[in-house]
Ligand binder design. Structure first.
Ligand SMILES: [Zn+2]
Ligand SMILES: [Zn+2]
Length: 469
């Protein structure tokens, strides 16, 4: 038999005090993907960097849960400065400690047990479910990493695996959708400016002649001769090592005394044109499109952390009944709510009258939901109707799984807080009357909308407020 790695087993079982199949992989060509679900954890030897990253990507790009959720560590004695490995693996280790590997395996196992099976359907975005489930089992946020091979210049490694890396729009759409549906909260990392035609971040900013579009320019000082008032480019004055005025032929002496340099002029080398203000153009090095500055697409990069809605969706995908698509009577979709909130912030800026926003959430865990069975849906509908009946027509409502968002225009924070506390109390009573076997907490949080509010952070703060409640 042909052994690829003489003297060193390609795949080595690691002895431990636990009944776990932990393997160290040194020769990546020997790894059999069909066996992956049999392992409890895999350790990849970083000696072969390329092979290591390739196998890591192959495992994580699978859509089979027992493969892509496999705990994977990267073994390296040297420090690895590779954010992609950081995002796709479960950690870089410099020695094998089976104790900590075992506790990680157990932690993931507990989380995986909560995941409910779902039937794949065209309405279910399996890539999104994968992101949610990976993030949930790891309690790990998704971070964009710099990548010069990606069109944008950045990528979210796990999201990118399933998409065509040349199609930057697909990744942007996937992220925007996941955030708008409320599955992830988004923390600002950086702002990119991308080509308006192909979303490439590989751009060349240049000053050009506004007439010809030519970038071959030089700048020249303009000289103003005080005594005769003549103004012209410096080259008109240069005579050997002196400056002599072309109009009055006097020699220029001291800058600030008999002449000065009030501004610069641009000179287009090819056409020999002089002009004052060049134009800024941005050429896309990917598709060749010449963008105006205003034509660039602004794209924000976020750290994506799972929200409670995201956890619910990870555990039990709702598919076609997905939170954002379902329109409940009296409610607008979460995405439309986001738009309303943005308008409201603009309105507050001009009216200077602050508004408020509240979030109400019955603490129905997946265990309680399981227990309630068919009764759950009925209960949620009842809560839904309760919120509608306890708000006024001027309030804007959105419902996402069992989170109820209430936008109260021109309502001061203390008034909003009072209304929310009242609702929280009544809802608690409603739940006590309807669910005998469980004690369901009701959480509420409120935020003020000021001219300085930013809509995404308002929503994030609201959710964070619930966690502290
Ligand atoms: Zn002169
Ligand atoms: Zn382009």
């Amino acid at each position: 038999m042909n052994k690829p790695n003489e003297g060193k087993a390609a795949i080595k079982h690691i002895e431990s005090d636990y009944d776990k199949e932990i393997v160290l992989v040194s020769d990546f060509s020997a790894f059999d993907m069909k066996k992956a679900p049999l392992y409890d954890a895999v350790i990849l030897d970083f000696t072969d960097k390329k092979g290591c990253l390739e196998l890591l990507k192959t495992i994580r790009s699978s859509f089979i849960e027992s493969i892509y959720l496999l705990p994977i560590f990267v073994l390296s004695i040297i420090e690895i400065k590779d954010d992609e490995i950081g995002q796709l693996s479960d950690g870089v280790i410099n020695n094998i400690q089976t104790d900590s590997i075992n506790s990680f395996i157990e932690k993931v196992k507990v989380k995986r047990k909560q995941l409910k099976p779902f039937t794949p359907s065209p309405e279910i975005d399996k890539n999104l479910i994968k992101l949610l489930r990976f993030s949930f089992t790891r309690e790990k946020s998704l971070l964009p990493v710099k990548d010069r091979h990606s069109v944008i210049g950045y990528k979210y490694p796990l999201i990118n695996l399933a998409l065509d890396s040349k199609d930057a729009g697909a990744e942007m759409k996937a992220i925007t959708k996941a955030v708008e549906e409320g599955f992830f909260s988004a923390k600002f990392i950086d702002r990119m400016h991308l080509c308006g035609k192909c979303y490439s971040g590989f751009l060349n900013y240049k000053e050009v002649d506004p007439e010809t579009g030519d970038a071959h320019l030089e700048t020249e000082n303009i000289i103003h001769h005080f005594s005769c008032a003549y103004m012209g480019p410096e080259s008109d004055f240069v005579r050997e090592d002196k400056l002599i005025c072309p109009k009055c032929t006097k020699t220029l002496r001291h800058i600030g005394v008999d002449y000065d340099k009030p501004s610069v002029m641009y000179h287009s080398i090819e056409s020999d044109r002089y002009f004052q203000d060049p134009e800024m153009k941005v050429e896309c090095l990917n598709c060749g499109h010449i963008n105006d500055i205003e034509g660039l697409v602004q794209y924000d990069l976020f750290e994506l952390s799972l929200t409670d809605e995201g956890i619910d969706e990870a555990i039990q995908p709702t598919g076609s009944q997905s939170a954002a698509d379902t329109v409940y009577s009296g409610y607008i979709t979460y995405a439309t709510f986001g738009t309303f909130l943005r308008f409201e912030i603009e309105r507050v800026k001009s009216s200077q009258k602050n508004s408020s926003i509240g979030l109400l959430r019955p603490g129905i865990t997946s265990e309680i939901e399981n227990d309630l069975g068919h009764q759950y849906q009925k209960l949620i509908e009842e809560i839904s109707a309760f919120v509608v009946n306890n708000t006024t027509a001027s309030h804007i409502l959105s419902r996402s799984v069992n989170s109820f968002f209430i936008l109260m225009p021109e309502t001061p924070l203390d008034k909003c807080n009072m209304a929310m506390e009242k609702m929280k109390k009544s809802l608690k009573t409603l739940l006590e009357n309807n669910v005998k076997d469980h004690d369901i907490e009701v959480h509420a949080s409120v935020r003020e909308i000021t001219p300085n509010s930013e809509y995404q952070s308002v929503l994030n703060d609201l959710r964070a407020g619930i966690l502290k409640d």
